[in-house]
Design a protein around this ligand. Sequence first.
Ligand code: PGA
Length: 232
Amino acid sequence: MMLIAGNWKMFKGPRETREFCAVFEPPGGIEAVLCPPFVSLTAALESEHTVFAQNVHWADEGAFTGEISAPMLREVGVAGAIVGHSERRQYFGETDETVARRAAAALGHGLRVIACVGESLEERESGQMELVLRVQIEAIAEATGPHDRLVIAYEPVWAIGTGLTASAEQAREAHAFVKSILDVPVLYGGSLKPENAGELLDEDGVDGALIGGASLDVESFTAICQAAASLS
Ligand code: PGA
């Protein structure tokens, strides 16, 4: 079943979260997941929707100001977490090692994990895409192995929030490469919208999507879910 996840990033407090959840009706045949900011998790969990956090720490508890642990997420009913989003890697010093530790701890506590990987434009243009992806994925794979609650999100950094998307062919190639290293479902992410969702989701090896901007609007997120459902 395709997984369509909305990464709300630092948008929507509890009030807007409740408003979205009250009217969002995903179609059957796909799994829709909402990833609100931490303070809005419990508001989202008042609904029937599946809810993931946007990050999770590797320790159960401790002196880690500003972090949230897997047992805490489990306690409130969160089903999973994103780890290693490129914005975390780019702006908050996240490394392959910390991403791998977060993923392993979350899985160990029964959470599902969307682990993000992706190359920058410079890396792609200098022919280093496969090397970069390999290093990122192997770090995760070494810590977790293949796992039935783990999915990878392939998000080319140059396509995130830029309006540029990978072509269907680029997505197919990258997804096949990811699966050759770690055989788990692979989501595509990066400027996915209702207009391009059908084409990208129809590619071999694309098992769903991680959506930022277009997931904030209930109509566009629903349209993407419907595009996925029509392919299933
Ligand atoms: P975008 O973000 O859809 O706004 O490009 C995707 C993501 O960062 O997960």
